[in-house]
Design a protein around this ligand. Structure first.
Ligand SMILES: Nc1ncnc2c1ncn2[C@@H]1O[C@H](COP(=O)(O)OP(=O)(O)OP(=O)(O)O)[C@@H](O)[C@H]1O
Ligand SMILES: [Mg+2]
Length: 335
């Protein structure tokens, strides 16, 4: 296999969140991401899925060097970029871009579409004046399915889906290889979501892109992902080929997430059993020593509370659960 475009090894990100006690006690740290490792192969789409606060955005931002890693290594095309700063990060940005969740908040309402899409080119010294990029911007707009006369209009003239197309055009302007798409359709109407996901799929094929595609549920990433990584409370709990995740989910949390995905066949859908996870999410400032999911897991055993499970290979899937085999074999029954 060729070298992965992105390689994340043991990534942890902790945020200082004030001190304990009144008079300058110990610095408290919020464990947003904890010991996460994965690769993204060239041309691949890795879906990164988990509920709110699980650390998906922080993982994506760490890869793009928008937030510092506290531990671990991030490699881009084999080069260690973990501690790159300043001009080096600026140069990396040409190759790695972010598509934002919120197409309303992420586009400057005072800029024209021409300015929005051409700005990265100006910042990176690839043009001298915004107006020089007019033809290029029209081409990028065409690529994302927007008419040429959009160039002189402002974001408010467009719908959410159209704004996200503009956001994608902006991310593509520097012709990056790798894109972190951070919930690019979550803010859009369900009817529009598939259009934008399809557009991203087409652009990926046409331009040879690689994506880390973040979502909070498993329905959005199904068609576009080659592999899917599931995060829970800062940790990776499962990572496997797309079909394996949907057909033989191993981690109890993956099973629960999957049970929330509607099934297109109405007869099957009627019989879908929703697994409702109850219980508290662990405090990210004081994470428990055992499995982060233990407080909500229907299969919890004593060992789960005592010992944190590492990701390991179980039947070709990577899963962080002490009892994955027993659960798969039906030897352990959900409470
Ligand atoms: N700059 C920051 N300072 C302090 N805490 C932060 C910061 N950024 C994120 N966090 C915390 O880190 C944890 C992970 O946040 P993150 O935004 O990565 O989650 P997420 O999976 O993207 O969630 P969502 O689905 O809501 O976008 C959360 O507890 C969040 O409150
Ligand atoms: Mg997020």
């Amino acid at each position: 296999m060729s070298e992965p475009i992105i390689s994340v090894d043991g990534l942890s990100v902790r945020f200082p969140v004030g001190r304990s006690g009144f008079w300058g006690g110990k610095q408290r740290l919020l464990h947003a991401v904890d010991g996460v490792s994965f690769d993204v192969a060239r041309g691949e789409v890795l879906g990164l899925v988990g509920e709110s606060g699980s650390g998906k955005s922080t993982t994506g931002r760490a890869i793009l060097r928008r937030v510092d890693a506290s531990e671990g290594t991030i490699r881009f095309k084999g080069e260690d970029i973990t501690h790159k700063t300043g001009e080096e990060v600026r140069r990396l940005r040409r190759h790695m871009q972010l598509v934002f969740q919120d197409p309303y908040g992420s586009l400057n309402p005072r800029q024209s579409v021409l300015e929005i899409v051409a700005e990265p080119l100006l910042v990176h010294g690839m043009i001298d004046r915004i107006s020089d990029a007019r033809d290029q911007v029209v081409e990028f707009l065409d690529l994302v399915g927007m008419p040429p006369d959009a160039v002189d209009r402002h974001p408010h003239a467009f719908s959410g889906g159209q704004r996200q197309r503009i956001g994608i055009a902006r991310a593509l302007a520097l012709r990056p290889d790798f894109i972190v798409a951070d919930e690019p359709v979550s803010a859009l109407d369900v009817s529009i979501q598939a259009q934008i996901v399809n557009l991203m799929q087409e652009l990926k094929d046409e331009l040879g892109l690689t994506y880390l595609f973040i979502a909070h549920d498993l329905s959005v990433v199904r068609h576009i992902s080659n592999r899917i990584a599931i995060m829970y409370a800062g940790r990776l709990v499962e990572i496997a080929d797309r079909d394996a995740v949907y057909e033989t989910p191993m981690h109890p949390y993956t099973k629960a997430l999957l049970s929330a995905v509607p099934i297109p066949d109405p007869a099957v859908e009627k019989q879908r059993q929703r697994i409702v996870v109850q219980g508290e999410i662990p405090d990210p400032v004081d994470p428990p020593p055992g499995c982060r999911f233990a407080s909500r897991c229907a299969y919890r055993q004593d060992r789960c509370v005592e010992e944190s499970p590492e990701l390991r290979d179980v039947d070709g899937q990577q899963v962080a659960c002490h009892f994955a085999e027993q659960i798969a074999a039906g030897d352990l029954v959900a409470r």
